[in-house]
Design a protein around this ligand. Sequence first.
Ligand SMILES: NC(=O)c1ccc[n+]([C@@H]2O[C@H](COP(=O)([O-])OP(=O)(O)OC[C@H]3O[C@@H](n4cnc5c(N)ncnc54)[C@H](O)[C@@H]3O)[C@@H](O)[C@H]2O)c1
Length: 475
Amino acid sequence: MLFFYKKGKSITYKKTFFTFILLCNTLSLTALQNVSIIGTGYVGLVTGTCLAEIHNLEDYTITCLDIDTHKIKQLNNGIIPIFEPGLQELVQKNMARNALSFSHDIANTVSQSNIIFIAVGTPTNSDGSVDVSYFYNALETVIKNATCNPTTIVLKSTLPIGTGEKAVDYINQYGNKNITYYVVSNPEFLREGTAIFDTMNPDRIVIGSSSDKALPIIHALYQPFITNNIPFLHTNLTTAETVKYAANSFLAIKLSYINEIANLCDKTGANIKDVSKGIGYDKRIGSTFLNPGPGFGGSCLPKDTLGLLATAKELNVALNTVTAAVSTNQRQKLMPYKKLKQYIQSDALNNKTVAILGLAFKANTDDIRYSPAIPVIEKLLEKNVTIQAYDPQAMQEMKKLFPSLTYCNTVDTAVTNADAVIVITDWPEFKSLDMNNVKQLMRGNCIIDARNILDQKTMHELGFQYAGIGIPSLS
Ligand SMILES: NC(=O)c1ccc[n+]([C@@H]2O[C@H](COP(=O)([O-])OP(=O)(O)OC[C@H]3O[C@@H](n4cnc5c(N)ncnc54)[C@H](O)[C@@H]3O)[C@@H](O)[C@H]2O)c1
């Protein structure tokens, strides 16, 4: 069954929708639902916190679980292990009203849970395929310990297409025969940096399920969103999984495309900022994801494009567009380094000092997974460059990868005596730097702006050798 509700759709759909709402109300008023979330990372913590925020204590309890005992201890002490704007306040508020708790006693909590989310990591194997071992560990724990009848298992992790059906087979084989299990694929679309907003205002909710009987349970859980007319798409398990991979691959293609067009502008003298505006005004294209940069990073696009390609390879299906997006991105990550070499020749880099502004893969997060800063740092270290790095949130994480860099507490310290500055992350504070002051502190005068966030005219007036991406130089 395909169920899709959106404001203005046909009356039949609306009737079906209101029947569901009725069912949901009945369900949420009659039974307290214990919800547990296995995996308290960027997704699990935000999902759990937002679910706690939108529900009454009488209807739902939310417990976030993790095998990382240090993380759970921190959370129980009110310390948020990740940087995500607005999260700390929301966690503390919901802990204080007993709507949200944290535990590493996974077995016991799962045994009392009606709804169990699995939101563990699904990193990339060395061959590009998805490492599903954390997922199967979590699923095994659920199967061993669940006692509620029915038990709804919500797959929130991004899992290779077909995993939901495999999970159903696994449960049929090893699950408790006295329990009815519903398996639901509910892909997550939040963006780090705006995760709370995205979770509270999703563009859509996608639910793939093994049984229609899971629907009222999931509807009740997401009822506040559904009453706000957020589109709700019900599909089978495999389709929901495919939606997630197709969405992220599409975004990756869009970014690689605009990066290539920016590289073309570098040669032609066109201005990518206006090109992006010019094509973004076209509603068929849309204006988001049209800013060129140093390549996409983060825990999703690089991993999910590779994951989709691994599935396609297994099935002998060509996904040439996705393959191209991935290889373009690999080249794009060296763009800041190549631009630097336009001003400082490769053999002259030895013993130079370069300030790197921004280590996170994007602004408003401390996540450095696949950050475009990493290949630039590696290249500079190969050339024996001294790196003075600054990031408002991500330095602790980057220290684990590159302990030998000089980490600075301010932009001023990072740029002091630098021969060149490379802006990697589009942190708002970099947009309003006092560049006159930066000029005084630097030894050299080269600025590589891999995000096009500095004002080119000011750079020119101050006498910097300035390179953005896809913008013609001022002479
Ligand atoms: N981060 C994002 O922006 C984002 C967005 C959409 C989807 N996703 C997907 O969501 C999933 C989670 O991503 P994340 O960024 O939150 O990962 P993360 O690495 O931040 O968190 C995963 C957590 O799971 C815990 N864990 C692992 N195995 C466990 C087990 N057996 N029992 C309990 N806890 C366990 C880890 O200790 C860790 O705290 C991934 O599949 C990812 O692709 C992530």
